[in-house]
Design a protein around this ligand. Sequence first.
Ligand code: UN1
Length: 506
Amino acid sequence: MTTEGAPAEAQALLAALGVPAERLVGGPATRTPITGETLAEPRLADAPALDAAIGRASAAFENWREVPAPRRGELVRLFGEELRRSKAELGRLVTLEAGKIVSEGLGEVQEMIDVCDFAVGLSRQLYGLTIATERPDHRMMETWRPLGVVGVISAFNFPVAVWAWNAALALVCGNAVVWKPSEKTPLTALATQALFERAAAEFGDAPDGLSSVALGGRDLGERLVDDARVALVSATGSTAMGRAVGPRVAARFGRSLLELGGNNAAIVRPSADLDLTLRAVAFSAMGTAGQRCTTLRRLFVHGEVYDSLLPRLRQAYASVAIGDPREPGVLVGPLIDGDAFSAMGRALERARLAGATVSGGERVEGPGGAEAFYVRPALVEIAEHAGPALEETFAPILYVLRCDDLDEAIALNNAVPQGLASAIFTNDLREAERFLSARGSDCGIVNVNIGPSGAEIGGAFGGEKETGGGRESGSDSWKAYMRRATNTVNYGATLPLAQGVRFDID
Ligand code: UN1
């Protein structure tokens, strides 16, 4: 495909994906981070439009909750088929709008397809337990019921996959969905919605307003968060955003599912397979230009292997192909914007002042001139676990520290408030199991001999502490989109003792 004319290509893709042209004018500019050019100017939703969308979703829910779950799964199956058909176009639009390399744009759509498959299977499960009761001639069981309207707030870095994790589960569970995507990535959201509408048309009788998109800024997000008709707010983004969302939802006793930052670490032990470690570290730390919440940001290397691993890592950092993410062979695309570039610069400056050895971090020429921000990923060798290493800077910075003692390395892994993903590289069974044990990593994702990023949809995705504690995607995450009822049925003719009090009623 051509590497010229991102705006024209985006318009063509949006048309092919079914987004009406009139939705793409009248609002603020959406720019591609590849060149800084304007791709479209999609109209934003105002407060009455959001209000109406939530109203339609509430009405849709009343109908949808009565549709048998496997039939609800059929809609998600059809949506998965639409995604398969349009994978190339939607993946390419992710590349243009979020700046991901082509394979990552496609990979993101594949995650959507995978979670649809997962949810379709789930639509024939949604199991509750039958529980032994202490009462004679009784049966006790739990049943799972849908919640209502699920509000989804998503971030620029996974502009479509994270919504799909939420929506596929929410829909098979019987909920309606209102989505406020990142202001930086409205176009992929509109395209996803258009594909969903195709699936709904084929399905036939999906209620109007079952899933909708509301484009807007922080104020619109706040309205969604505060609306008592929204039973669950699922928000993925920065810790600062989560701190604002969590208490507001709690104040009205709504439910929230928060998936926030990650300052992820890996530990390298003397027995590690260094070829494998090198590849895993380079991918996890530099992939997606360090803009994943699972990006590897801290590395604790045993002294015995430090001097064999570090030169190779420096070499990988010095030689990685940075540039236009549409070009084959490029591994590191642009940062999302100038703010991200400034934040990276500030973190590196603080590290330098604290005595760190920094390689990389400089701005690199890309196809876009002044309005696009390409950087060489930075490798920062530190003597002390302090300063910016304790924070999540959403950019490709890897802090490397020499650390021999496993307990100390585990303590360092756990010493940040953002415990999302973690990894150990070792061929020593005892070390691996110690890392996985209760006194090991405190993260939500704990890996052995594979980097922290690239979690697959079948697992529950999330972490503890400042990451919000929520779980999206696989495993039993579906329970977050439902409420549980315990039902007791008496099929005998008498009441159990405690309730058999005598009344003078005969
Ligand atoms: C995110 O960064 O918010 O594990 C989601 C990964 C992806 C999802 C990340 N599958 O990196």
